[in-house]
Design a protein around this ligand. Sequence first.
Ligand SMILES: [Zn+2]
Length: 195
Amino acid sequence: MRRAKPPKHEPDNMAYWFIRHKDELLIDLDDAARRTKSGAPWIEVFFRRRLRDAIKAGKLNVREVWLVRSNSEHHFSAFVHLASPMPDLEALIWQLHLGSDLYRGRADLMRLARGIEAPSLLIFNRDPKIYRAPDFVCKCKEKHVTARNPDCAIWLKLRGYSPWELFGPSSQTVERCIALPLGKVPTKLIMEQAK
Ligand SMILES: [Zn+2]
C-alpha cells in the first residue's frame, strides 16, 4: 500500500477567518519548538502540559483539541473546543496561560476591554479543515494590513488593530541603557531617548 501523501500546506490564495466562538480557545503557538528555560519545547511546557493539568484539575472541560499549521513554518495554532461556553475575558486569560503568543494576547485583551468586535481571531492562508467551517473567507492573498487590503470587507468589519493603535507607536531607535534609581524615578529618565 502506498503511503498517503502528507497534506499540502501551500496557501490557496484565500484567507480563512476563525473568530473565537463562545466554546473555544484559540491558541497561537509562535515558534512552537523554541526552548523554554528548562530546555523543553514551548508547545510541550506551555501547551500540552498546562492543558493536561487544567483538565486533570477539573478547571477546563474539553471536548476536543485540534492542532493545525499556521501560516509560517514552525508556527502552529490550536483550537481547544470546550464542552460549554466560556466568558470572553476568562477565555482570553486561558489562551495566554496555554502558551498563546503574549503580544497577540495583550492586543486581544485590549480589544475586549475596548468593546471591539471579535477580540480574538485567527486568520489562515489555507483552510485548516477543523471541526467547523471558518466564519469568513476572503480573497486576500497578502497578510491583512490596512495599507495592503484597504478594500477587504471582512478586514474592515473585524479590523485588527495594530499594536501602535492600541498602545502607541514603538520607537525604532537603538537605545543605550538608562540605569534607573531605586525609589522615585524621575520622569525625565523614563523619557530619555537616543537622538
Ligand atoms: Zn481579506
